[in-house]
Design a protein around this ligand. Structure first.
Ligand code: ADP
Ligand code: MG
Ligand code: MG
Length: 546
């Protein structure tokens, strides 16, 4: 074996072993004690001033932020007056992630307990309509059976309990955690592992947060290369969008910071490689996926697109290469560098962006366009997943981009005889040249698309909850990335001088910890539990005792 090959073997084994040990509680064994010790709650005296400024809107603090929500729920449990709504909330969450076979039984118990006026736990704050609908419908194991009840429950909790929570010691604990969250972590908090891939401005490395043991991917953007190639706008857009979206179908940003040479985006690590790799490089004699597998990935991609579109973001660069697998075989969208956010009140955008062979006709014609371009690229992606070639190319053909464009604008797509009718129908609906007629995002959701017969076997509720088992599970011992030598090096950037305007930009970029993913990390790795200690018999713990 040559030296380069050896380097890959050594780097792979360090990375595989770090990765293997971070599931749940085992992460604790991988922590660096010195850094873990830096994650400590301050005494309340040190952070009391934040009480007035901290994010305390009900929905954000008590529902969306994982630590805020846990502390709010602990508060509810501490007061017998809130027992019914508190128990109902837990039961609804339990129901939502339950297996189908257990749902009917759970729903029946909940109806008896909370929905019958004769029950001592009757929840009178639920509206008559919501109550009768659940009672009528609970034998069908619908995923959204309690959706309306949950909304009403949250309205009730906000009105009746938010003020009390903010007077309680649980809120002080929330303030302590927000203080800790606002302490910026820097480069030295992360241990770098092998390179996973190469981007336009730098490498992406596997890394481990030393204090918690959690693995992430660190996308580095070289400052000089960014400046030379005018990448500032793209970088800030990608950062802003990644920090804003929270979906299990899109990679999440957890930290944004800078080093002397780079801007860094620390995000969900996707160890399973990209779809392109799986289509063509895993079984070279038999490229592409069967329809069941393609259907599963397409469904997860749709959930990702729907989330982006609900946040007014056009992705523009959907293709197999940008869809990444995690350890379990679930996929997420990545590489949001070409995405664009539609400002309020403006429903179309313009501009040439995307990858040849994927771009929608209206975009190629330089017209204004909207989310519909992403459903065209979805059609191209789905077609390629099964056909193992793009719809506008002959297999192995070298072809000019102008010819591909001409075909996209003019030619009908021809389908291999192996495609089922359901697959062909949905591909045609997605690759419809007229954006008005194309399948896609309507009335703020993808309901019509999800109801296509191609998905008739798919349980969307379970898929959206992350509970539908993936069709393929990556090998935990395998590294789905190129050998280190094959990743390719960057040439050095010459003739770039960094001035004050640049450093201002770096500061704007390096916003530090992103609240929701940071809190998720603390909860998931057990650090939250270790820090959230309460006194005996209702006495205040020392760090909250004024
Ligand atoms: P660029 O926008 O510069 O093209 P990408 O975001 O596509 O950069 O990242 C470059 C490569 O790094 C990807 O093709 C992929 O191989 C790898 N990569 C990117 N993000 C992740 C991630 N979250 N987990 C694992 N690998 C990743
Ligand atoms: Mg890329
Ligand atoms: Mg990019």
């Amino acid at each position: 074996m040559d030296i380069g090959g050896l380097e890959t073997v050594v780097a792979n084994s360090a990375y595989v072993s770090a990765r293997g040990s971070v599931d749940g509680a085992a992460a604790a064994t991988m922590r660096d004690k010195k850094y873990r010790a830096k994650l400590n709650l301050p005494h309340i005296r040190e952070c009391e001033s934040m009480k007035a400024t901290v994010d305390s809107a009900f929905d954000s603090m008590c529902v969306r932020q994982p630590i805020g929500k846990r502390l709010f729920q602990q508060y509810l449990e501490s007061d017998p007056a809130h027992k019914n709504p508190s128990d109902l909330w837990k039961d609804i969450e339990d129901y939502n992630i339950a297996q189908e076979k257990d749902r009917a039984n759970k729903a029946q118990k909940m109806v008896n307990k909370y929905y019958e006026s004769s029950s001592k736990n009757y929840c009178s704050f639920l509206g008559d309509k919501a109550v009768s609908r659940v009672k009528e419908d609970h034998k069908n194991v619908r995923g959204d059976l309690f959706k309306e009840s949950e909304q009403q429950l949250l309205v009730h909790l906000e009105a009746k309990t938010l003020a009390g929570f903010k007077e309680s010691m649980y809120f002080l604990r929330y303030v302590q955690f927000k203080w800790l969250e606002s302490q910026q972590v820097t480069e030295d908090w992360f241990m770098d592992f092998r390179v996973l891939g190469k981007g336009g401005f730098g490498e992406v490395h596997a890394c481990q947060m030393k204090a918690t043991g959690k693995m992430y991917a660190n996308k580095k953007l070289n400052k000089k290369r960014l400046k030379k190639r005018k990448g500032y706008d793209g970088a800030i857009i990608e950062k802003r969008i990644l920090a804003k979206v929270h979906s299990r179908f899109i990679v999440t940003l957890a930290y944004a910071f800078q080093t002397k040479t780079d801007l860094c985006l620390v995000m969900t690590i996707m160890n399973g490689g990209d779809l392109r790799f799986h289509m063509y490089n895993v079984d070279e004699k038999n490229p592409g996926f069967n329809e069941t597998r393609a259907c599963y990935y397409t469904a997860q991609i749709i959930c990702g697109l729907e989330h982006l579109h609900q946040h007014r973001i056009v992705y523009r660069d959907l293709k197999p290469e940008n869809v990444l697998l995690d350890d379990a075989g679930h996929v997420r969208l990545s590489d949001l560098g070409l995405a664009v956010e539609l400002p309020p009140g403006k429903d179309k955008t313009q501009g040439y962006a995307g990858t040849p062979g994927f771009m929608a006709p209206e975009l190629l014609q330089k017209k204004e366009y909207d989310y519909s371009v992403d459903y065209f690229t979805l059609g191209v992606t789905l077609y390629e997943m099964v056909a193992a070639k793009g719809p506008f190319r002959v297999r192995g053909e070298q072809v000019e981009n102008t010819e591909v464009t001409r075909r996209i604008l003019n030619d009908p797509v021809s389908y291999p005889p192996t495609f089922t009718k359901e697959l062909k129908d949905i591909c045609e609906g997605l690759m419809e040249k007229d954006p008005e007629k194309r399948l896609g995002f309507k009335n703020n959701e993808c309901a019509e698309l999800k109801m296509q017969s191609f998905f008739k076997e798919l349980n969307w509720g379970r898929l959206e909850a992350g509970m539908l088992p993936p069709p393929f599970v990556p090998d935990p011992k395998m590294v789905y990335a190129k050998d280190i030598d094959d990743v390719g090096a960057f040439s050095t950037v010459k003739g770039v001088v960094i001035d004050n305007k640049d450093t201002d930009f770096y500061t704007e970029f390096a916003t530090g910890n992103v609240p929701i993913p940071w809190q998720e990390e603390m909860v998931e790795t057990g650090v939250f539990g270790e820090l959230n200690i309460w006194g005996q018999n209702g006495k205040l713990p020392a760090d909250l005792d004024p």
